[in-house]
Design a protein around this ligand. Structure first.
Ligand code: SF4
Length: 335
């Protein structure tokens, strides 16, 4: 399958009065054309920083991409000038943010906000063509009476409709990559389901590749093809949706899955993961999950585990996959 994006050994830091936060620590992944990759993890794990780095929206200072490459359609985005990035943002790569109310300008009509980006990037498009395109995209995202409704302002729309407009703005220039950062968090549950269905429809119609950033495994189960689990600035497990939900190997991924409510497990209480993530001002040399891991071994806090490839698509960073650990565990089981 053709890769549209390759993130290779990405490091992002933020300088603060208290020291330097190592927010993203060697993240690597690929995204195929037309696929949806979900990046999941708890708050502060570095998932949003990773997506902002792809858009080159890390404010420098205090933030900085200190190492790594972000290769999008054969060009390394980390090396592009701000001027070149402006030609890519909104055209080749678009982003949808969490809160649709703050993503829209309350003083401008929906038409103005939809057409603005289009005219910015397609200088020769006429006003009539731009308006027609805006009507088509509003129809695609499921806004009824687009001709009338585009004359209205954001406050005249419900939360779900506002998020549809934000998605329409992100799609109007027909990007190859759409990054959605917690796109359903600010919406109620029934509207969340509609927006997720909309993402599926958009992908079927346009073939856009999607990176979905979320802490909600329910959202992931609905639309992701592959899932990357992040913890303390690193991807600790990646696999297809089936591999992560049914064959996960990392104790953190297993803990995350046990803390999600399931309708098929009646009478069982949810099991939270005790403890808190490590301090990223001075991250541990070893596995960052050591302090919370029920299987932690002596080696775990001394050295970071090498990545184990379980299948073509499933990889995990955990010492439990090391042959020596497997042998010891097998011995312990027989004694
Ligand atoms: Fe637990 Fe060690 Fe695996 Fe980390 S490397 S998840 S501490 S067993």
């Amino acid at each position: 399958m053709e890769n549209i994006l390759t993130v290779d050994n990405l490091h992002v830091t933020f300088k603060t009065y208290g020291g330097t936060v190592q927010a993203v620590r060697g993240v690597s992944f690929t995204l195929h054309k037309g696929e949806t990759l979900a990046i999941v993890g708890e708050s502060g794990c570095g998932k949003s920083v990773t997506s902002n780095a792809i858009m080159r929206l890390i404010p420098d200072p205090p933030g900085k991409i200190t190492a790594g490459r972000i290769v999008f359609k054969q060009q390394d985005l980390t090396r592009l000038s701000e001027k070149s990035m402006r030609k890519i943002r909104g055209v080749d790569i678009s982003m949808i943010f969490q809160d649709p109310m703050t993503a829209l300008n309350p003083t401008l009509t929906i038409e103005t906000q939809l057409v603005e980006g289009l005219k910015q990037h397609q200088k020769d498009i006429s006003s009539k063509e731009a308006k027609q395109k805006a009507i088509e995209i509003m129809t695609l995202v499921g806004i009824p009476n687009p001709r009338e409704r585009m004359k209205q302002y954001p406050h005249q729309f419900s939360g779900g409709m506002r998020q549809r407009i934000v998605i329409a703005i992100a799609l109007i220039c027909e990007p190859d990559l759409l990054i959605a950062d917690e796109p359903t968090t600010a919406l109620d549950v029934t509207i969340q389901a509609q927006i997720l269905e909309l993402f599926e429809k958009i992908q079927n119609v346009t073939g856009v590749s999607i990176i979905l950033i979320t802490h909600d495994l329910g959202v992931v189960a609905k639309i992701a093809d592959r899932i990357a689990v992040m913890y303390a600035g690193k991807i600790i497990e990646v696999g297809t949706k089936r591999e992560i939900f049914y064959e996960s190997e990392h104790p953190y991924t297993k803990g995350l899955l046990k803390s999600v409510p399931r309708l098929d497990l009646k009478g069982e209480s949810l099991k939270p993961i005790d403890g808190t993530p490590p301090d990223l001002f001075s991250p541990p040399a070893g596995c960052p999950f050591t302090a919370r891991c029920p299987f932690a071994m002596e080696v775990c806090d001394k050295a970071y585990p090498a990545q184990t490839t379980l299948t073509d698509t499933h990889r995990v960073d955990c010492w439990l996959q090391d042959e020596r650990a497997k042998k010891l565990l097998a011995q312990a089981a027989t004694t």
